[in-house]
Design a protein around this ligand. Structure first.
Ligand code: CO
Length: 147
C-alpha cells in the first residue's frame, strides 16, 4: 500500500468528470487500497478517486453506520430531508462553509468486484456520499457553499 497525493482545488484535474468503472481488476483494487490508506492518514470522512488524480467514478466513505464503504459508479435513487451542515474538503484545506444536502440518500452502486448494492445512508453519511458524488462530476462544495 502507498499513500497518494491529494490534489488541491487549483489543480484543473479536480474539475474533470470521472469515467464509469467497467473493469474490476487487481489494479483497481490496488488504487482503492491506496485511497484507503490516504484517507486514513488525512483523517477525512471521504475521498473520491479524482482527488488522487484517478478519473474513475469511485470513492471511499468512512461511514458512521457501516464503517468503510467503497462506492463505485453510484446512482442516487432517493434523496430526502435536506439540511444545512458545515462541510470541508481535503482538496480545499482551510475552507469550511454551510451546504444544504439531503440527510437520507439511497444509492445504487457497485463494490470492487462489480457486485451491485442498494443501500440507504443517513445523516452525515448521506452528506458525505453527495459530496463525493459531486467530486465525480467536477463539483466542489465551495460551489454550493452559502455565501
Ligand atoms: Co471533497
Amino acid at each position: 500500500m502507498a499513500r497518494l497525493t491529494i490534489i488541491r482545488q487549483d489543480n484543473p484535474l479536480i474539475r474533470k468528470t470521472s469515467k464509469v468503472v467497467d473493469e474490476f481488476s487487481p489494479h483497481l483494487h490496488e488504487i482503492l487500497e491506496n485511497m484507503h490508506e490516504t484517507l486514513l492518514h488525512a483523517n477525512g470522512m471521504g475521498l473520491a478517486a479524482v482527488q488522487v488524480g484517478v478519473l474513475y467514478r469511485m470513492a471511499i466513505i468512512f461511514s458512521e453506520e457501516y464503517g468503510p464503504v467503497e462506492i463505485i459508479n453510484p446512482i442516487i435513487k432517493v434523496a430526502k430531508n435536506p439540511r444545512f451542515d458545515t462541510e470541508g474538503c481535503l482538496s480545499c484545506p482551510g475552507i469550511s462553509g454551510r451546504v444544504r444536502r439531503p440527510h437520507l440518500v439511497t444509492l445504487e452502486y457497485q463494490d470492487r468486484n462489480g457486485q451491485k448494492h442498494n443501500r440507504t445512508f443517513h445523516g452525515m453519511d448521506a452528506v458525505c456520499c453527495c459530496h463525493e458524488i459531486d467530486h465525480m462530476n467536477g463539483i466542489l462544495f465551495i460551489d454550493k457553499m452559502e455565501k
